[in-house]
Design a protein around this ligand. Sequence first.
Ligand SMILES: Cc1cc2nc3c(=O)[nH]c(=O)nc-3n(C[C@H](O)[C@H](O)[C@H](O)COP(=O)(O)OP(=O)(O)OC[C@H]3O[C@@H](n4cnc5c(N)ncnc54)[C@H](O)[C@@H]3O)c2cc1C
Ligand code: SF4
Length: 328
Amino acid sequence: MIEFEYARATDVADAVRLARGGRARYLGGGTNLVDLMRQGVEAPTRLVDVSGLPGGIDEAPDGRLLIGAAVRNTALATHRTVRQRYPVLTRAIVAGASGQVRNMATVGGNLLQRTRCPYFSDPDGSPCNRRSPGQGCAAIGGHTRDLAILGASPSCAATHPSDMAVALVALDAVVHVTGAAGERRVPLADLHRLPGDRPDVETVLEPGELVTAVELPPGGSAVRSTYRKVRDRAGFAFALVSVAAAIELDGGTVVGARLALGGVAPKPWRAARAEAVLAGGPATTAAFRAAADAELADARPLAGNAFKVELARRTIVAVLEQLTGGPA
Ligand SMILES: Cc1cc2nc3c(=O)[nH]c(=O)nc-3n(C[C@H](O)[C@H](O)[C@H](O)COP(=O)(O)OP(=O)(O)OC[C@H]3O[C@@H](n4cnc5c(N)ncnc54)[C@H](O)[C@@H]3O)c2cc1C
Ligand code: SF4
């Protein structure tokens, strides 16, 4: 049994003040953090509950959408504007967890949830560099089926688990952050770090920095968008491969495409190479294949996950075909 203090923040400044010193952690819905505390992976000395901080889902006059970090996943997925203008986000959220978990989980907690690498949550049996730097990695020479094929390092090849984050990266979301040094904004694509030789440093957040909101640019081109998640079973399974895509067409020509991948990398993976191949080209299956090939050219699968390369290729092509009216 670990002992910790609990404090409920009344506003952002109060939360940041309460999180100073010791091993404090912010508490959103607790659906990830509390599990990890029970497993002995996390041992904060203080929990600062930020689940009641004010903040809803507000539309700015210029069409931007501001989503408070304490908004529950269900509230975001079912919000009318999100369903109409950012369908990729609704689809990504409902592809994750269960109704009960989504009712509790918050936007901030979802983005900052920890990897589901099973060795990571086994502190008594498995060495893990992400949990304890320098300890070694039980996964890379072990069961590799769920691990990354892009962006991994010899220190760690765990994947980032969030479905919502993949959609938000494809939507060019920006995260609002407040810490002791003040407020700043971080593009969501830059929030999570690749592991390198410090997999324990998972984000660019400074200690004690609080995510206060996520900002989406005006919907427009995101209306033709979707999310597809391939997993071992229909419920309670994290992505083997997922694809978030938004595409803008002018007749049979791709004006622009935004693509992100989940389940294949230690962070939500923006598929910038694929986007570059698609932009200005024909909306055909051959072009979609060329885009997927470009993105996956640097894939470095491990012994048990080579299937993910072909799975990612096929899923990218299938999603783009779906958004453009079928194979061409
Ligand atoms: C059975 C099960 C199945 C699941 N399946 C999926 C799935 O398929 N796809 C998927 O995407 N997710 C899945 N999840 C994960 C679930 O979505 C996360 O547990 C949840 O989103 C975390 O949100 P939370 O608010 O409960 O976070 P918490 O557990 O409260 O916090 C998670 C982390 O975020 C930090 N944090 C929280 N809020 C803030 C903030 N505002 N600023 C800074 N740091 C903060 C905490 O300190 C902690 O480190 C599953 C979870 C369970 C239990
Ligand atoms: S892959 Fe990463 S999270 Fe998994 S055991 Fe290795 S170091 Fe830990």
